[in-house]
Design a binder for this molecule. Structure first.
Ligand SMILES: *[C@@H]1O[C@H](CO)[C@@H](O)[C@H](O)[C@H]1NC(C)=O
Ligand SMILES: *[C@@H]1O[C@H](CO)[C@@H](O)[C@H](O)[C@H]1NC(C)=O
Ligand SMILES: *[C@@H]1O[C@H](CO)[C@@H](O)[C@H](O)[C@H]1NC(C)=O
Ligand SMILES: *[C@@H]1O[C@H](CO)[C@@H](O)[C@H](O)[C@H]1NC(C)=O
Ligand SMILES: *[C@@H]1O[C@H](CO)[C@@H](O)[C@H](O)[C@H]1NC(C)=O
Length: 643
C-alpha cells in the first residue's frame, strides 16, 4: 500500500511538472509564432533575417537593431529598428492587422518599432497592450490623430511618435497620463495650441514638439519641476517667453514667434547647458548673464533684435563651446573671454570687432533699437489688460509730471537769466541739453536704451536676485535701527551688504496669494531701473509661504542715496545750500532721469508723481530720482491710486 501510494505521488508530481513545462512551452511557442507573423507582416526586413520558426527568441543575443526581452518566458520588451530611409511597406500591408497581431503579446511593457515603413492610422486597439511603459513608433508613415484609447495606458512613461505624419490638435487627455515623463512628437503635422492640461504632467522630463504647426502661447510650465528638455523649434509659438521651472538642461525655442524679453529668472537656470533662442522676434536687452550661466555650453541668440552693449571684461562660463550672437542690435566689444572659445559667430551686429565687413554702423543698431523699443507691447493674455490700462493712465500722469518739470526748469532758467554774472555758463549747459533733446530725439532715446545696458558704467553690480538670508543679514534681522520709514507701499530699511555697500530695501507685503510668476513682468521692469539719475535697482528677493509657495513678501533692493533730498538742499535751514550751477545740474539730472523713465526702458514708467522730496542727492551732489517711490511698486501690492 505504502509503495503504491509513493509511486502514485511520484506519477502525480511528474505529471504536474510535465504539464506545466508543456504549458510554458506553449506560451513561448505561441509568442514565437506571433513574432514570425510580425516578421512576415513587416515584409521580412533585413534586420530580422536571422529569425525562423525554430528560433528561441528569449535567448537571442540583442543587437542594436533587434532585441527581445523575456521575463519568465513571456515577452516584455520588443525592439525592432529598421534601416534608416526605409520606404513604405507594400500596399497589401495593413496597420490594422499588424496591431491585431501585436496585441497577442499582452505582457509587452516596452515596444520600439522604428524605421519599418509602417503606414496607416494608428489603431486604438494598441491600447490593449495595457502594461505598456514605453512606446516608440518613430520614423514611420503613420497619420491621422493620436487615438483616444491611449488615454487608458496608465503606466505609460514614454511616448515617442517622432517623424511621422500625425496631425490635428494634441488631445487634452495627454495631461492625465499619470506617469508620463517623455513626450516626443517631433516632425509631425500637429497643429493648434497646446492643451493647458500638459502643465499637470508633474513627471514630465522631456517635451519635444519641434517641427510641427503648433501656435499660440505655451501653457504655464512652472509647475513642471522635473522638466529638463523643452524643444519647441520650428513652430508658431509666441509671443510670451514660456513660464518654466529652473531645472532645465536644454531649452530650444528657435524658429518661433517669441518676442517678449527674457525673464530675469533665466539667470537662475544653473543647469542649463543648451539654449537656443535663434530666429525669433525677441526684443530688449541681451542679458549678459547668459554668457556666465555656470553650465552653459551652447548659446544661440542669433537673428533676433536683442539690444545692448557688450564689454571686453564680461565674464563667461568656462564650459562655453558655441556662441552665436549674429544678426542682433548689439554694440560694444566682444568679451575677451569668448576669444578662446571654439565657435563664436557675431556677424550682423554693430560691434567694434575690427572687421567692418561683417558689422553694421552703430547708428543702425541705435535706430533699430529705438524702432523696436517704441512699439508698445500689446499684451493680450488674461490679466494683462489691467496692465495696459495702468500704462494708459501712466501716460496721462507722465504728461502732467512732464509739464511740472518743464515749469520747474523754466523757473530755474528765469532765475538764472535774472542773475547776470553767471548767465553765460548755465545757458551753455541748457543749450547743450536742448540740442540733443528734441530735434534729434531718436538718437537721444537710443543712447539711453544702450545706457540701461551699460551697467558697468554706473559702477553698480549687475542686477540679481538676493536670498532671504542676505536680506536678513544686511538688516541685522530687520532690527529697528535699520528701519527707515513706512509708506503706503511698504516698509523701507537701510541695509549693509557683505561687500560693505549700503542699500535701501523695500519690503512689500502681499495682500493676496500670487505665485512668483505673477510678478515677473514687474520684476523685469524694475530690473531695468538703472540710470545715473535714478536710485538704481540692484535686485529682488521673494519670500514664499511654505504650504502653497505663493509669495508672502517681495523685497526690492535699491542703491542707497544718502545725502539728503533736493528740497533740503534748496530751501532747508540746516545745511549749506546749492549754488545756482549745482541747482541747474540737479534740474538737468532730474530731467535726464525722467526722460530715461519715459523713453529709456520699455515699457516706459510714466506715472511718477515727482515731488522735490523724491529727488535725493548723492555724495557728489548728483541728483537721483528715488525710484523706490514709483507707483510701479504700488501696482505690485495692488494698491494703485488715481492721480
Ligand atoms: C504582400 O504582397 C507581396 C507580393 O507583392 C507578398 O510577397 C507578401 O507576402 C504580401 N504580404 C502580405 C502581408 O500579404
Ligand atoms: C534557423 O536559424 C538558425 C540560425 O539562426 C539556423 O541555425 C537554423 O538552421 C534555422 N532553421 C531553419 C528551419 O531554417
Ligand atoms: C525612439 O527610437 C529611436 C530608434 O531607436 C531612437 O533613436 C529614439 O531616440 C527613440 N525615441 C525616444 C524618445 O526614446
Ligand atoms: C489642424 O489640422 C487638421 C487636420 O490636418 C485640420 O482639419 C484643422 O483644421 C487644423 N486646425 C487648425 C486650427 O489649423
Ligand atoms: C568693464 O569695462 C567697463 C568699460 O570698459 C568699465 O566701466 C567697467 O567698470 C568694467 N567692469 C568690471 C567689472 O571690470
Amino acid at each position: 500500500m505504502v509503495g503504491f501510494q509513493k509511486s502514485a505521488v511520484v506519477v502525480l508530481v511528474s505529471l504536474i511538472i510535465s504539464l506545466s513545462i508543456n504549458h510554458s512551452e506553449q506560451i513561448q511557442s505561441s509568442q514565437g509564432q506571433t513574432l514570425i507573423r510580425i516578421q512576415h507582416l513587416l515584409n521580412n526586413p533585413s534586420v530580422l533575417s536571422t529569425w525562423n520558426s525554430s528560433t528561441d527568441f528569449c535567448s537571442l543575443d540583442p543587437t542594436s537593431s533587434v532585441s527581445v526581452v523575456c521575463y519568465q518566458d513571456t515577452i516584455t520588451q520588443l525592439h525592432i529598428i529598421g534601416n534608416k530611409g526605409r520606404s513604405l511597406l507594400p500596399r497589401n500591408f495593413s496597420m490594422e492587422s499588424f496591431v491585431t497581431t501585436l496585441v497577442s503579446l499582452p505582457t509587452l511593457k516596452v515596444l520600439t518599432l522604428s524605421s519599418l515603413g509602417l503606414w496607416g492610422s494608428l489603431p486604438g486597439k494598441i491600447a490593449r497592450l495595457s502594461y505598456l511603459e514605453i512606446l516608440n513608433i518613430s520614423s514611420n508613415f503613420l497619420y491621422d490623430t493620436i487615438p483616444g484609447e491611449l488615454s487608458s495606458l496608465s503606466t505609460l512613461q514614454s511616448l515617442a511618435l517622432d517623424d511621422n505624419m500625425f496631425a490635428g490638435e494634441l488631445p487634452h487627455w495627454l495631461g492625465s497620463l499619470p506617469v508620463l515623463s517623455v513626450l516626443s512628437l517631433r516632425k509631425n503635422m500637429f497643429n493648434g495650441t497646446l492643451p493647458d492640461s500638459l502643465s499637470n504632467l508633474e513627471n514630465l522630463r522631456v517635451l519635444s514638439l519641434s517641427h510641427n504647426y503648433f501656435r499660440g502661447e505655451v501653457p504655464d510650465f512652472s509647475r513642471l519641476t522635473n522638466l529638463q528638455v523643452l524643444d519647441l523649434e520650428d513652430n508658431d509659438f509666441g509671443t510670451e517667453f514660456p513660464q518654466l521651472g529652473n531645472k532645465l538642461v536644454t531649452l530650444i525655442l528657435s524658429k518661433n514667434k517669441f518676442r517678449d524679453g527674457l525673464p530675469t529668472e533665466i539667470s537662475s537656470y544653473y543647469q542649463l547647458e543648451r539654449l537656443d533662442l535663434s530666429n525669433n522676434n525677441f526684443v530688449g536687452p541681451f542679458p549678459l548673464c547668459l554668457l556666465a550661466l555656470p553650465s552653459v555650453t551652447y548659446l544661440n541668440v542669433g537673428s533676433n533684435k536683442f539690444t545692448g552693449m557688450l564689454f571686453e571684461n564680461q565674464s563667461c562660463s568656462g564650459e562655453l563651446k558655441f556662441v552665436d550672437l549674429s544678426f542682433n542690435l548689439l554694440t560694444g566689444h566682444l568679451p575677451k573671454c569668448l576669444h578662446s572659445k571654439k565657435t563664436v559667430i557675431s556677424d550682423g551686429n554693430c560691434l567694434e570687432t575690427g572687421d567692418d565687413q561683417s558689422q553694421k554702423p552703430v547708428s543702425f543698431c541705435r535706430n533699430e533699437a529705438l524702432a523696436v523699443g517704441v512699439i508698445p507691447h500689446m499684451k493680450n493674455r488674461e490679466g494683462r489688460s489691467s496692465k495696459a490700462a495702468i500704462i494708459a493712465l501712466g501716460v496721462i500722469g507722465g504728461v502732467v509730471g512732464g509739464i511740472a518739470l518743464v515749469t520747474l526748469i523754466f523757473l530755474l532758467v528765469r532765475k538764472v537769466s535774472a542773475s547776470k554774472e553767471i548767465k553765460k555758463y548755465p545757458t551753455r549747459l541748457i543749450l547743450e541739453d536742448a540740442s540733443t533733446g528734441y530735434p534729434s530725439k531718436l538718437l537721444q532715446d537710443a543712447r539711453y536704451i544702450s545706457q540701461t545696458i551699460r551697467l558697468g558704467a554706473l559702477g553698480l553690480p549687475a542686477y540679481r536676485s538676493f536670498s532671504l538670508e542676505e536680506i536678513e543679514e544686511a538688516t541685522n534681522n530687520f532690527e529697528s535701527s535699520a528701519f527707515v520709514g513706512e509708506s503706503s507701499q511698504g516698509q523701507m530699511y537701510k541695509g549693509k551688504l557683505k561687500d560693505g555697500s549700503y542699500v535701501a530695501i523695500i519690503c512689500l507685503k502681499m495682500k493676496r496669494s500670487y505665485s512668483t510668476q505673477t510678478f515677473m513682468h514687474h520684476i523685469e521692469l524694475i530690473s531695468k531701473l538703472r540710470h545715473k539719475h535714478l536710485a538704481s535697482a540692484l535686485g529682488h528677493c521673494f519670500e514664499c509661504y511654505l504650504d502653497d509657495s505663493s509669495v508672502s513678501r517681495i523685497f526690492l533692493i535699491f542703491e542707497h542715496v544718502s545725502n539728503g533730498n533736493l528740497r533740503s538742499w534748496v530751501s532747508g535751514h540746516s545745511r549749506q545750500k546749492l549754488n545756482w550751477t549745482q541747482r541747474l545740474a540737479a534740474a538737468i539730472g532730474v530731467a535726464k532721469g525722467m526722460q530715461f523713465l519715459h523713453t529709456g526702458i520699455v515699457p516706459g514708467v510714466y506715472a511718477n508723481y515727482l515731488k522735490i522730496t523724491d529727488v535725493q542727492l548723492d555724495q557728489n551732489l548728483v541728483a537721483k530720482i528715488s525710484s523706490y517711490n514709483l507707483p510701479l511698486l504700488a501696482e505690485i501690492t495692488g494698491q494703485v491710486k488715481s492721480s
